[in-house]
Design a protein around this ligand. Structure first.
Ligand SMILES: O=C(O)[C@@H](O)C(=O)CO
Ligand code: MG
Length: 268
């Protein structure tokens, strides 16, 4: 059965970030993910994970200046030193949090940049990140993101993710695809076929309904069917619930019961 992780950047936002760990555990989750931990001390987060018996499934490397519109640094010429510092910081958090996967966001393509330069920088940076992750026993993921939500994002297609993994030629499977069903359906469709093609490269999976990015129990894509298919193929990794609840987070979890997310107080 797929192991569902609550995405604490989108779910349980009714409470402060550090209190979302307790809320996720009480709702029946055994794992969590979120975008960025860097505003909190790693030790404080680790304490919440321990206290509530949660596994940290994934988080992102520092993205650059998010408020100013940066969405990762990996493809940006001239920002290599910042990217590398981010890899080191992320791996330090991963060590304290016991987290196996860190996501390297690619960045927004600067309009004036030569595409060949961006690709060369991206591949070199990914190779560096994967090599550092390998030394620490972790893996790096890359995630194609749809251009409707994130215009100009450098890594937009599943095929490109496979291509860059090949070009980076990272050691021992340390560079993998973060396959977000929502982004794939938003921009490419053919999600089950895309999933089959990504199978050898799958490092993490995320879900949400399309088009609203809410609970995956409605919309144009049958997420339950896709999760069963993933299960039948033998996927043993985590599936991040990266969606914005339509109302209170716990009111929208009925869909997750059959995947083992059952509230600790027994209420369904
Ligand atoms: O899908 C997403 O938006 C996230 O997984 C992410 O890492 C970047 O926002
Ligand atoms: Mg995602």
């Amino acid at each position: 059965m797929p192991r569902l992780a609550a995405n604490l950047s989108m779910m349980f936002t009714e409470v402060d970030f550090l209190d979302r760990f307790a809320a996720a555990a009480a709702a029946g989750f055994q794992g969590v993910e979120y975008l960025f931990p860097y505003a909190w001390a790693a030790g404080d987060i680790a304490e919440r994970l321990r206290a509530h018996g949660l596994t940290q499934a994934l988080f992102n490397m520092p993205p650059g200046d998010w408020e100013a519109g940066e969405r990762g640094l990996a493809c940006l010429p001239g920002r290599e030193a910042d990217f590398r510092a981010g890899v080191v910081e992320a791996l330090s958090y991963a060590e304290t949090l016991g987290c196996a996967r860190i996501h390297a966001m690619a960045g927004i393509r600067p309009p004036e940049a030569d595409p060949a330069d961006l690709e060369a920088v991206y591949v070199r940076n990914l190779r560096f990140a994967a090599a550092e992750a390998a030394k620490a026993g972790r893996i790096v993921t890359i995630e194609p993101i749809n251009p409707i939500d994130m215009p100009g994002y450098f890594l937009a297609t599943q095929a490109d993710a496979r291509r860059f993994i090949g070009l980076a030629d990272a050691p021992d499977d340390t560079l993998k695809v973060q396959f977000d069903l929502y982004h794939c359906q938003m921009s490419e469709g053919g999600v089950s076929r895309a999933m089959d093609r990504q199978w050898p490269f799958l490092g993490h999976v995320q879900i949400a309904a399309v088009p609203g990015r809410n609970e995956p129990d409605q919309g144009e894509m049958d997420v339950g069917w896709l999760l069963d298919r993933l299960d039948a193929r033998g996927y043993e990794g985590w599936v991040g619930c990266e969606y914005r609840p339509r109302g209170a987070t716990t009111d929208g979890l009925a869909w997750a019961r059959r995947f083992g997310v059952v509230p600790q107080d027994g209420r369904t």
